[in-house]
Design a protein. Structure first.
Length: 189
């Protein structure tokens, strides 16, 4: 018995990590507390519904593997979530998922990270400096007001129906698009 105890004590101690620890590590800071049942302060990406607490999140998988993105969509749907947008170039999807299933999704081998789907806004740009716009006088004393000037954007793709191109509408609703014409040169040949 003493020999058995001595041989066991000579073995290296291997730390046990729970499967939940690996799953929780995939969650952004704002999401991890939700897995313990803690209610977050009011956040636009968490909403209480009759079906329970729901979270809007961005879920990413490994880059360059389109089959994993499709598998990730299936994982979300199987957990009772909905997929609102796919970002193939980022290998990510925007989802709404019951908070109770968040850890189940994080346990999936297809998931690299899960973050809240926060509203983001541009905070800085080099465009003003590189285009010379920063050097333009703030106020002109001339009679030029910009009326009659057209602006054309040649791009590989523009979301003409994006909310930032919309005219003011009813409170909480975007108005009609301010983009006057959308021409698909690729389709024209």
């Amino acid at each position: 018995m003493v020999a058995l105890m001595a041989s066991l004590s000579a073995l290296p101690v291997v730390a046990q990590s729970s499967p939940d620890a690996a799953a929780i590590a995939k969650l952004a800071d704002g999401l991890a507390p939700l897995t313990t049942g803690a209610l977050p302060p009011v956040q636009p990406w968490v909403k209480q519904q009759s079906a329970g607490l729901l979270v809007r999140a961005i879920v990413t998988t490994r880059q360059g593997e389109p089959a994993l993105l499709a598998a990730l969509v299936n994982d979300v749907l199987a957990l009772g979530g909905t997929v609102h947008y796919q970002y193939p170039s980022l290998s990510a999807i925007a989802v709404v998922l019951p908070v109770a299933r968040l850890l189940d999704l994080a346990r999936s081998a297809n998931v690299v990270a899960i973050a809240p789907d926060r509203v983001v806004a541009r905070t800085a740009s080099q465009l003003q400096t590189t285009s010379g716009a920063a050097d333009v006088p703030a106020r002109s004393t001339g009679k030029l007001d910009g009326s009659g000037v057209g602006i054309a954007v040649l791009d590989s793709g523009i979301a003409w129906n994006h909310r930032h191109f919309a005219a003011p509408g009813l409170p909480g609703l975007p108005g009609p698009s301010q983009v006057r014409q959308d021409v698909d040169f690729a389709a024209l040949g």
